[in-house]
Design a binder for this molecule. Structure first.
Ligand code: ADP
Ligand code: MG
Length: 326
């Protein structure tokens, strides 16, 4: 383990002891990080453009209040990291602003720090600094920093581009009733995994640089997030329901329910992206190389920044399709 285990009998730590005990001495370094934790500021001297994103996860809102430390670490870290994937960036380092209520829960904090250290090592990010305070509930803010020469932006969609999505979106939303109320609802393991450990599409994002014209990670729902691409680019995006990728575990569920999971459910952190039709073969080859489904689900067309849902030969905005009752 990258840091020593603490005896539960030790007296309560002050803020500095806590930082020292749980958040120092993790593995990992980065050649552009001149100085990490320990001073008033970290020192970063990047040789390529740096993209940065901050995300806050609040107990009871972004992760259930009964979450274990490891679960909270996953629900805070993985969605935050997904923003780097959406820009096509190589992960570099992150900072952590942590608010904890008293009294100190050593077991929770130990599990949180261990999982965060494992995840940051796995994805190749250094914990380069942070802030630790007490407050009324647990709040985890993570600022992610990545490197990319030509970031994938939201405003790059071109007329007649294809619209694509990675993986099988919708499963995290389908899992929500069982996540919020495990005693009353059960869900297939792949749905529950999609919620608790979404996989940031880091390698896909980096490989889409030069192939894709625009990209976004799906946090709020496929239709809503494609709306951000459409608005930023000043074009419409048409999503054909018949082209949507359906998770095998959705088989047997009503079409309307599955449609609303896929189109309106958030939390999966798949990538939605656009690319010129000339890139279809390259994207299909990329899917095979990454062993990750990449599905063409529609196309860009002239318009004023809306998402249209094509269903049974007609195209409507989401609110008129009936796929809205999730
Ligand atoms: P200051 O009072 O100057 O802002 P702090 O006492 O907040 O400094 O932090 C001291 C050092 O510990 C800083 O280098 C800071 O980046 C680091 N640090 C504080 N909290 C954390 C944390 N949760 N994870 C990682 N590093 C942290
Ligand atoms: Mg200071």
């Amino acid at each position: 383990m990258p840091f020593p285990s603490r005896e539960a009998t030790l007296p309560a730590m002050n803020e500095f002891e806590l930082i020292e005990h749980y958040f120092r001495g993790w593995r990992g370094s980065h050649p552009d990080l001149i100085l990490g934790q320990g001073d008033d500021c970290l020192i970063w001297h990047p040789r390529r453009a740096t993209v940065m994103s901050i995300d806050t996860a609040v107990e009871g809102r972004h992760f259930p209040a009964q979450s274990s430390g490891a679960q909270a670490a996953q629900r805070a870290f993985l969605p935050a990291l997904s923003d780097l994937a959406a820009m096509g960036a190589e992960p570099a380092f992150f900072t952590l602003a942590l608010t904890l209520p008293g009294p100190m829960d050593d077991a929770w904090l130990d599990a949180f720090a261990r999982r965060l250290s494992e995840l940051s090592e796995h994805y190749g990010l250094v914990l380069a600094g942070g802030d630790t305070t007490s407050g009324p509930c647990r709040v985890i803010s993570l600022q992610m920093h990545g490197l990319v020469d030509a970031p994938l932006r939201r405003d790059g969609v071109q007329p007649d581009d294809d619209l694509w999505v990675s993986g099988f979106p919708g499963r995290a939303a389908a899992a929500l009733p069982s996540v919020l109320n495990p005693a009353q609802a059960s869900a297939p393991v792949d749905w529950v995994a999609a919620y608790w450990s979404p996989e940031p599409r880091i390698e896909l994002g980096q490989r889409l640089v030069g192939l894709a014209s625009a990209a976004i990670d799906v946090s709020d729902g496929l239709a809503a997030d494609c709306g951000h691409l459409a608005r930023a680019s000043g074009l419409n995006l048409l999503i054909e329901t018949s082209m949507l990728p359906q998770a095998p575990s959705f088989q047997g569920y009503p079409e309307d329910q599955v449609g609303s999971w896929i189109l309106s459910g958030g939390d999966d952190y798949e990538l939605a992206f656009t690319a010129a039709p000339g890139q279809r073969d390259a994207i299909t080859a990329l899917a095979a190389m990454l062993n990750l489904p990449l599905t063409r689900i529609g196309r860009a067309q002239a318009g004023d920044g809306q998402v249209l849902i094509g269903h049974n030969g007609e195209a409507h905005t989401l609110s008129k399709t009936g796929f809205q009752h999730f």
